[in-house]
Ligand binder design. Structure first.
Ligand code: IPM
Ligand code: MG
Length: 356
């Protein structure tokens, strides 16, 4: 089995290094190959997603991705910015299903900004559509307005669009996931205003009939943003479009007090996937040896489970992570008084030890 490892920018290389050590320690014969992506791709080959990197990703059975982005690339043309790497991979590999768990580990409840009783035991799965919506809808651009409130002025425009099959396939992912969890799906839209959402809601409602064992509810996105801070434990699986999912998944991740802990998967129709930590490249702490490698290590576990069919190894890693948390080890992002502060490498070493 071939794994493409794309470390990227910022803290990406540091956290990926720890995840690689964990993969190496499993005793499996994976073929692992690294390639530059994001700002690193731009530096090496003049493009955030160099053709060689894309080819490697296409040829692999799974992709382990660090993170991309740095302030220093903010002035580049949009198509050369690091973010284009992840958007390009999602599009070229048809990775339409983004699974973003938000779990509040009991040991880390105190690190949440919400009251412990609101978040302790929280376990939500956000299923975000990743190939459509305003992110990729055409037309988009900047032009001179021919109508509207200020004709003749410059205007920016994007297109929100979803076809029925796109909604249906992401809905199927959500319902299937819910069956293995709390058997509840909340579909989030803005159907009181948007036609795209109107269709979204119709398709979800229809699809729900094929899953009578799963409870389907609908919620407007503004209300969902409120409910997520008010009573997040009421949610099980949340399914939503690309843009709403981008925003709500950050909100949900923050509830847990441990965005440095959260893995994610982006899957195609055959469960080939790209796995990445939910947090970003954190350029402000890059190179300091303090980044939390656990989200990346847990992303590797998700990769073993969903794309490589190695459930046992996935569980082994997750148990090892639980063990180091139980032992009181914390990187600075999840540190609270009375626990033991460690750096990136020490945390990785501790997971290795717990694995053994
Ligand atoms: C994410 C990120 C990306 C997105 C950016 C980096 C393009 O915020 O994965 O959530 O908007 O999807
Ligand atoms: Mg985001």
């Amino acid at each position: 089995m071939k794994i493409a490892v794309l470390p990227g920018d910022g803290i990406g290389p540091e956290i990926i290094a720890q995840a690689r050590l964990v993969l190496d320690a499993l005793g499996e014969s994976f073929e692992i190959e690294e390639a530059p992506v994001g700002g690193a791709g731009y530096e090496a080959y003049g493009h955030p997603l160099p053709p060689q990197t894309l080819e490697l990703a296409k040829a692999a059975d799974a992709i382990l991705f660090g993170s991309v982005g740095d302030f220093k690339y903010d002035t580049l043309a949009r198509e050369l910015r690091p973010e284009q790497a992840i958007l390009g991979l999602r599009k070229h590999l048809a990775l339409f299903a983004n699974l973003r768990p938000a779990i509040c580990y009991p040991e880390l409840t105190a690190a949440s900004s919400l009251k412990p009783e609101i978040v302790s035991g929280l376990d939500i799965l956000i299923v975000r559509e990743l190939n459509g919506d305003v992110y990729f809808g055409s037309p988009k651009g900047i032009r001179t307005a021919s109508d509207g409130l200020f004709p003749g002025s410059r205007e920016g425009f994007d297109t929100m669009r979803y076809s029925e099959p796109e909604v249906r396939r992401i809905g199927q992912v959500a319902f299937t996931a819910a069956r293995k969890r709390g058997k509840k799906v909340c579909s989030v839209d803005k159907s009181n205003v948007l036609e795209t959402s109107q269709l979204w809601r119709e398709v979800m409602t229809d699809l729900g009939k094929s899953y009578p064992d799963v409870e389907l509810t609908h919620m407007y996105v503004d209300n969902a943003a409120m409910q997520l801070v008010k009573a997040p434990k009421a949610f099980d699986v949340v399914v939503t479009g690309n843009l709403f999912g981008d925003i709500l998944s950050d909100e949900a991740a923050m509830l847990t007090g441990s965005i440095g802990m959260l893995p994610s998967a982006s899957l195609d129709i055959k469960n080939k996937g790209l796995y990445e930590p939910s947090h970003g490249s954190a350029p402000d702490i890059a190179g300091k040896g303090i980044a939390n490698p656990l989200a990346t290590i847990l992303s590797a576990a998700m990769m073993l489970r969903y794309s490589l069919g190695k459930e046992e190894q996935a569980t082994r890693i997750e148990r090892a992570v639980q063990r180091v948390l139980a032992d009181g080890l914390r990187t600075v992002d999840i540190y609270t008084v009375g626990t033991i502060k460690v750096g990136t490498v020490e945390m990785g070493q501790a997971v290795l030890k717990a694995l053994a």
